[in-house]
Write a new protein. Structure first.
Length: 529
């Protein structure tokens, strides 16, 4: 049964706001009553009203009870809850007083309590207090809602682990060879046993279901084309990881990671390459600036002459061109500005609602279960999968091989920060450009990723390639072994919701007359803000 909870920060926010909100608004309104004497006063009143309307819009959002999947209260030993970086026993289960010190801090929301969290190694937790931060534009982080993550014992969770295993097995297979590779063929047949992957094919495996994501190459054109930034040209080749180099495949190494220790250095392939497989995609999203590829996408759209949205008020102007509004400076600033609200909403959900464990931890539970070292309530569908045998035959354990030497980050799995930012930034770009415009001169890499060649397949649209870019960023983290399928998909929606709320407030600040920002959401529905 899902757990409904009024979290510590919810009570805190209610106490801070109740009793002061209406009084302060009333006094502010009275300040302007009967005092307008000039155009300057009129401007001040309009500025006040813009902010007041935004505040009232935010006030109208529901800050109702958040719902998680109930696993934290269902399992007193916290086997389904995020605990990396805390103290763990010999089985990799979190030590009770260490986890309770985390819960105490989260419920108290007192900075000093966070300094009392009992850690297990040298890695610090990643900014749990950030979930308490407010935003001056867009939805309050506490007003954003997500569906509960799949339960530990559910069939959906079992299917997601199986996909994670196959993604690790397929890391070094070029996307261009998916149609003819035996591992991909076995993965497709295996995943079809799970209801959430019914209908998967070699052309759609490890992708998403938004429009255009399964059209053409696996990787978005926005990750392959060169980027012109003023007088500079940025080559999209990356330094990826050496093929076959995976981490945490022995139990002793896995246990070190759970306690927050990182025993290996980060190694790089000496040759820079265009993204051509899952390992490359996972390394793109390892040390990146979260929104950098979307800024790159914007400049690629400029370079290819992509058409602007038909709702742009300056398309038919005889005297003006957009710049600070409906121009490059406007879009660039929005791409950066929406990142903060998206991440703050993500961190609220991560730490104060769901606290979902990472795939790395879940696979460790399975390893101990299969070897009869412990007993956990896995769904029976999991044991029909051939992925378990494939993983064991390769590594002699049932652990999920990690692409990063440090394994997963030191914050909970659900939602995913990269995916939320991808959802938000993609929404901004779709709001300003004609989604049905075609990508000019599409390309794809050679098998070894050292060169680009023309892509001569079906037409690729701006909408499809932007959707694909968002999924590439989200799924790239899954290829690393650090996120789940539902982390990616639900977090893209979260970022999209944040961006829509952000644009609604942004529109109220603009002097132009236009019909609104119109675009297609990830679920295929059309919306106008």
């Amino acid at each position: 049964m899902a757990e409904r909870q009024e979290t510590g920060p919810t009570r805190w926010l209610t106490k801070r706001i109740t009793g002061t909100r209406r009084c302060s608004v009333k006094l502010a309104e009275q300040r302007f009553e009967g005092t307008m004497k000039s155009s300057t006063d009129y401007r001040a009143l309009k500025a006040f009203n813009v902010r007041l309307r935004a505040a009232r819009l935010e006030e109208s959002r529901s800050h109702g009870i958040q719902t998680n999947n109930g696993d934290e209260s269902r399992y007193p030993n916290r086997i389904a809850s995020y605990s990396k970086g805390l103290r763990h026993d010999a089985l990799g289960e979190v030590v009770a007083n260490s986890y309770e010190s985390l819960l105490h801090a989260l419920k108290s929301v007192i900075p000093a309590a966070f300094e009392q969290i009992i850690l297990g190694g040298d890695r610090k937790l990643t900014n749990p207090m950030a979930g308490l931060a407010f935003c001056m534009q867009g939805p309050d982080p506490g007003a954003v809602r997500m569906r509960p993550a799949p339960c530990f014992s559910s069939a959906e969770q079992a299917g997601e682990l199986v996909e994670s295993y196959w993604m690790s097995l397929a890391r070094d297979i070029p996307f261009l060879q998916y149609d003819s590779n035996s591992i991909i063929d076995r993965a497709v047949r295996d995943l079809r046993q799970f209801a959430s992957f019914d209908g998967v094919a070699s052309s759609s495996i490890f992708r998403g279901d938004a429009r255009g994501v399964c059209d053409g190459p696996f990787v978005s054109q926005f990750l392959w084309k060169a980027v012109t930034l003023g007088a500079q040209t940025v080559n999209p080749k990356i330094r990826t990881g050496p093929p076959g180099l995976d981490h945490a495949v022995t139990f002793s190494d896995w246990l070190l990671l759970q306690t927050g220790n990182t025993p290996w250095p980060s190694l790089k392939d000496p040759i820079a390459r265009y993204i051509r497989n899952g390992r490359d995609l996972s390394h793109l999203v390892h040390y990146d600036v979260l929104f950098q590829v979307f800024v790159n996408a914007l400049y690629i759209l400029y370079a290819i002459g992509a058409r602007r949205s038909r709702h742009d008020p300056y398309l038919k102007s005889e005297t003006q061109a957009g710049f600070l509004t409906f121009g490059s400076a406007h879009i660039e600033s929005l791409l950066c500005a929406v990142v903060g609200p998206a991440l703050r909403a993500t961190w609220y959900q991560k730490w104060f609602v769901h606290r979902r464990s990472r795939p790395e931890s879940f696979a460790g539970r399975l390893h101990n279960h299969v070897l009869h070292l412990a007993s956990y309530p896995f769904h029976s569908d999991l044991f029909r999968s051939n992925a378990l045998d494939e993983i064991y035959s390769r590594n002699r354990t049932y652990l999920l091989p990690q692409a990063y030497p440090e394994g997963c980050p030191t914050h909970p799995s659900y939602p995913a920060g990269h995916a939320a930012v991808a959802g938000a930034c993609t929404t901004i770009l779709k709001a300003f450009f004609d989604e049905e415009d075609l990508i000019r001169q599409p390309v794809q890499p050679s098998i070894d990723g050292t060169a680009l060649v023309p892509y001569e397949g079906s037409d690729l649209t701006v909408k499809g390639e932007l959707n694909k870019l968002a999924y590439n960023i989200a799924i790239g983290r899954n290829f690393a072994g650090i996120h789940w399928r539902s982390d990616a998909e639900e977090s893209l929606k979260l970022g999209e919701d944040v961006a829509i709320a952000f644009l609604r407030e942004e529109r109220a600040c603009l002097p132009e007359s236009f019909q609104g920002y119109s675009f297609t959401r990830f679920d295929g529905s059309c919306t106008t803000v």
